[in-house]
Design a protein around this ligand. Structure first.
Ligand code: HEM
Length: 427
């Protein structure tokens, strides 16, 4: 396969399990070091765990696999008619999670979904929503700005992300707390806890029912442009049934909330930890965009994606076989020194930042412009109103044990208390 053919290396990754420590360590630096070691040892290699699977960890191979969805398929369909067991993009072995109605759609149906959605998520469409996002950020900060202390993650970043995402999609913003709880718990909590069980069995179904009712009500409502478009989606020439519609809504909200809040929290943490960077961004707000890209590169919240190889193919000097599973490390790719000089250093002035935090190819993140705009709005709000915030590093709690999504559970900060702006609740 093109330029990758020459990368012949031994492919032996026996004993490597991307679901185990150190690949799921809470500490970002530990994870990055683990992927670095693997990438240097063998960027495209085969593990013997879980009946065998490929692990891709350098930029060239991960980018090519994302681009070539015909061969590296996101599809989820166990024991499909063509004899392949499609594992989907959501983990190997797969977590207990229904099919992703967009992320794991394929072929003509996926093209149809993107034809409907792409214009509604374009930079122009997203920009129209910026004033509303600002109002959300200002209103949320108003609730804590007089206290001089808050949990940056749970009192600011997550509420702003959840409310903004719901408003953008046309869903009821009153559901923001359940929305935040569901995705924060599912991605951040160990499945054997009572809270996790409560989330999956009680909060999640309640939330999905509310999403579905709102979507069905918007079917004939031209005012709710995006939600109406979702509600009028078809499958095989018929309006989507309730189950299909719920899956689309779950995929849309789930993909957006716990990725954007974590990215923004990391960016704000980086600004707090690096006074020179904070001063530079304070002096020139245009640097917020570069801060966002570098945060996405160094701390991609989606760390790893999975896929299924659809045909025998020689790839990076290795013989891949039809039906084999593969794991793509966005984390490994984003710190590949062949593409990024000083990959472990946060360089806001990078001139080219071809990170893969949003994936690539036909499945490239639909909400990338929404996420970037939320990041921009939230960082500006904090720098404008509580610019001297300090993170209490000793009390930061990271998600533990999730190899697929890296996140922050809690990030306490202190700052000089400031007056409320008296912003009206945005919904
Ligand atoms: C910093 C925040 C975000 C990150 C890091 C992120 C990351 C990703 C990644 C890695 C993928 C898979 C790409 C691939 O398969 O090649 C993806 C897909 C997707 N994302 Fe995002 N995402 C973010 C925010 C959002 C937001 C805000 C939304 C919507 C409101 C969203 C909606 C989606 C959807 C619907 C897909 C599936 C696209 C498809 O398969 O065609 N994402 N995202």
């Amino acid at each position: 396969m093109g330029q990758l053919d020459s990368q012949t290396a031994h492919a032996d990754l026996r004993g490597v399990d991307h679901n185990a420590a150190p690949f799921c360590a809470p500490d970002v630096a530990v994870r990055a070091a683990a992927w670095k070691e693997l990438r240097e040892r063998c960027p495209v290699g085969r593990s013997d765990q879980y009946d065998g699977y490929w692990i891709l960890s350098d930029h060239a191979s991960v980018a090519e696999a994302c681009r070539n969805g015909e061969i590296f398929s996101n599809r989820y369909e166990p024991d499909a008619d063509d004899g392949i067991n499609y594992i989907g993009e959501n983990g190997y072995p797969r977590m207990d999670w229904p099919e992703l109605a967009i992320g794991e759609a394929y072929g003509e149906h996926h093209s149809y979904l993107r034809r409907v959605f792409n214009p509604l998520f374009s930079p122009t469409a997203v920009r129209r929503f910026e004033p509303a996002m600002r109002q959300v950020a200002s209103w949320v900060l108003d609730q804590r700005v007089e206290d001089g202390a808050m949990d940056l993650m749970n009192d600011f970043v997550t509420p702003v992300t959840a409310i903004s995402t719901l408003l953008f999609l046309g869903l009821p913003a009153d559901l923001w707390q359940d929305t935040a709880d569901v995705y924060h718990s599912i991605f951040g909590m160990a499945p054997d806890t009572a809270e996790f069980t409560h989330t999956v069995e009680i909060t999640m179904p309640r939330l999905m029912d509310a999403f579905l009712s709102a979507a069905k009500a918007a079917r004939h409502d031209r005012a709710e442009e995006l939600l109406g478009a979702i509600a009028r989606l078809e499958y095989d020439g018929e309006l989507m049934n309730d189950e299909q519609l719920t899956k689309v809504l779950t995929n849309m909200v789930g993909a957006g909330v716990d990725t954007t809040n974590n990215t923004t929290a990391r960016g704000l943490h980086q600004l707090a930890a690096d006074p020179a960077l904070r001063a530079a961004v304070m002096a020139d707000r245009r640097l917020i965009d570069a801060t966002c890209e570098e945060t996405l590169r160094m701390y991609p919240s989606a760390q790893v994606m999975t896929c299924t190889i659809t045909q025998d193919v020689e790839f990076a000097g290795q013989q891949l076989r039809r039906g084999e599973p593969a794991v793509l490390s966005l984390s490994g790719a984003n710190r590949d020194p062949k593409v990024f000089a000083d990959p472990d250093v946060f360089h806001v002035e990078r001139t080219s930042n071809r990170h893969l935090a949003f994936g690539r190819g036909v499945h490239r993140c639909l909400g990338a412009h929404v996420a970037r705009q939320m990041f921009r709005v939230m960082v500006a709000e904090i720098l404008d109103r509580v610019p001297d915030y300090v993170v209490d590093d000793a009390k930061v709690v990271e998600y533990g044990g999730n190899p697929y999504l890296m996140g922050v559970w809690s990030m306490p900060v202190t700052f000089t208390a400031a007056p409320q702006l008296g912003v009206k609740r945005p919904w």
